[in-house]
Design a protein around this ligand. Structure first.
Ligand code: UD1
Length: 336
């Protein structure tokens, strides 16, 4: 299939690009490089051995996106292009409403106008808020604690309204848990701007000597070692999950919502220890107060993903840390 990847130069988009090529699809990247580097394109070309199809522009540019879908005869869209920094969304909600909600609306309009109604959407486990228990199944109640999370929830609702209005829409909503790791080549990986918000890139920058110490946000949670527990998933497994979702949509023709996680929870200290082993470096930590909005535990039930997509994560925490370290140590300043 010919597939448009909005935000395809970003962290998850670039890994999914390669997984799609391996599965015999033809991906076309759409990116405005507002939170990614054009240098990723050369790397993708090097790894895949194929020229990279990329269109530079914004997903909200309706006539341009419409023309692009027609010009490339796009059959399905995977929509990664969105902002995802929680703190920034609290400080600048309009930036998030504009990019995430208006961007999504314009993309859907372009798809509707061109009769291209197959979509894979990047949602997040953030829509579960503070879950009453773990593991989390897809029918758990949804909530939000910040504008970023709210945009994911609103888009999920927009998509279900759209499916009701016209059954020709085939939509896969993928609720990611905590994507980490990098391509085993060490050529592409996560390259956050400024101080990383997320745990794994922060740990990697401490290990490589860019930052002195990791602040562990809270050690008094009701978890085995008191630190927060999350479902870290290797980005290569996540990329494979997108291919499985796309193929399931095409084969069964029915919309669905599914968790993409491993079903296994690890604490902050588990991650630190695994990273120290993978990197053979010490990662100094200090305990700090809890971060606002954090939950004690969050990990997925993976039963629906296995039953529906025939997909499950294969790579363990050691592989996540080893690949993350290969990327970080080979590219201490990311793509710049
Ligand atoms: C975060 C967002 C979530 C978003 C996801 C996107 C919050 C509250 N949640 O998930 O909405 O969908 O990123 O990638 O921001 N930690 C530290 N020190 C650090 C960084 C993190 O101790 O410097 C801890 C956190 O308290 C948490 C764990 O590490 O227990 C994972 O944090 P993080 O990687 O930011 O992911 P989430 O908070 O799960």
């Amino acid at each position: 299939m010919k597939i448009l990847l909005t935000g395809g130069a970003g962290y998850i988009g670039s890994h999914t690009y390669l997984a799609l090529i391996e599965a015999g699809h033809i991906p076309v990247i759409l990116d405005d490089f507002s939170n990614s580097s054009p240098k990723v394109l050369e790397r993708l070309g090097r790894i895949s051995g194929q020229p990279v199809l990329c269109e530079q522009g914004n997903v909200a540019d309706l006539p341009w996106v419409q023309a692009l879908i027609q010009r490339h005869a796009i059959e399905a869209v995977i929509h990664f292009a969105a902002f995802k920094a929680v703190g920034e969304s609290v400080a600048q909600p309009l930036k998030y409403f504009d990019n995430n909600l208006v961007g999504m609306t314009r993309l859907l309009q372009a798809m509707d106008a061109t009769d291209c109604r197959t979509l894979v959407f990047s949602s997040s486990a953030t829509v579960y808020g503070d879950p009453a228990s773990v593991p989390i199944t897809e029918d758990f109640p949804r909530s939000h604690t910040n504008p970023y999370g709210h945009t994911k929830l609103v888009i999920e609702d927009m998509l279900s309204a759209l499916q009701k209005s016209n059954p020709a829409w085939k939509v896969a909503v993928l609720r990611y848990f905590n994507p980490v790791g990098a391509h085993p080549s060490g050529l592409i990986g996560e390259d956050p701007l400024g101080i990383p918000n997320n745990l794994m890139p922060f740990v990697a920058q401490v290990a490589v000597g860019k930052r002195p110490v990791l602040n562990v946000f809270g050690n008094d949670y009701a978890t085995p070692d008191g630190t927060g527990v999350r479902d870290y998933i290797h980005v290569q497994d996540l990329a494979a999950g997108h291919v499985a979702a796309l193929q399931t949509l095409a084969a069964k023709g029915e919309s669905f919502t599914v968790n993409l996680g491993t079903g296994q929870g690890y604490s902050v200290l588990d991650v630190v220890h695994a990273f120290e082993k993978a990197s053979a470096r010490k990662v100094p930590v200090q305990f700090a107060p809890r971060r606002e909005g954090d939950v004690a535990q969050c990990y997925a039930s993976t039963a629906r993903a296995l039953a529906l997509l025939g997909w499950q994560a294969k790579l363990d925490l050691d592989a996540m840390c080893t690949d993350s370290w290969r990327w970080q140590s080979g590219n201490p300043d990311g793509y710049s």
